[in-house]
Design a protein around this ligand. Sequence first.
Ligand code: NAP
Length: 304
Amino acid sequence: MEEYDVIIVGAGPAGLTAGIYAGREGLKSLIIEKNVKGGNANTAPVILNYPGFNSIPGLELLKKIGKQAEKYIEIRESEEVLEVQKNNKKLLLTTNKAKYSTTAIIFCSGTTYRKLGVKGETEFVGKGISYCSICDGMLFKDREVIVVGGGNSAAEHALHLHDIGVNVKIIHRRDALRAQDYLIKKIDDEGIPILWNTVLTEIEGDMFVKSVKIHNRKTGEDDVLKVNGIFIAVGENPNSKIASELGVEINSNNYIITDKYYKTNMDGVFAAGDITGGVNQLIVSCGEGAAAAVNAYDYVKQVE
Ligand code: NAP
């Protein structure tokens, strides 16, 4: 069994930054990531509020952070943590590839895009349904696309798709967007149509998406809309199950509860980034990752 001082679960902004700090502090440390480095931030079309960059695509920024992290810490991608158990002062991790023992763990496992739960959604992922306009947007240039949702992500996807020449409409279940005002104004200025009080009830197609069934919650009318693509942006669910099974306290929305040192209710167990809830801002996740690693260092030195 490989032994570490600290293992970081997840290689998004929080995990990568925690890794930079843990590695530079001289801790024997490792990041385990079930997919690839970057996390959900990879899918942000453009980031306008990360200090030092006026405007940068999420993928590009996270590539830079990932490269910097690799200078200090090993990152194992495509490896999934299945279970963490407490054994006296050690934490034992089981992944789909190996077993590890560590003194401290930092959960930076972020969130997973929420699904709509309608017929056709699972079937057409990658065949017209996408969660990432920066990855897949160009496939739909000059074609008909809908964005589902009314938050910042939906607004940003719609604006990006519009910018690259996609014919985009927003479908939102209420009569007001919850996105920030500057995004709402931009959507208005660009004339992006919004179907208000409308929910998607079914996705239809053959090899690819061809149409969606929609329902207006106010008028009660049903309709069919011919579309080539659907970008779903209806929020996120925290990936806190493994932590919760270990005994880490979570709140009623399944976010991990930490104190101001990013320590959970369990000794040696820290959490940082979107998994802790809060404002969901990249810079905040990075800051939390850094703070968690500094505090994990103190813990490791105390225990060892
Ligand atoms: P969000 O803010 O939670 O918004 C989700 C949207 O989807 C809401 O408009 C919600 O409708 C709608 N929705 C939820 N479930 C639905 C369902 N089953 N069917 C139809 N619509 C549904 O999620 P997000 O936009 O992904 O953002 C997540 C977090 O990241 C937020 O804290 C956000 O501020 C942050 N973020 C920030 C930036 C930025 O700072 N530029 C960019 C992206 C994301 P209701 O409005 O009716 O609830």
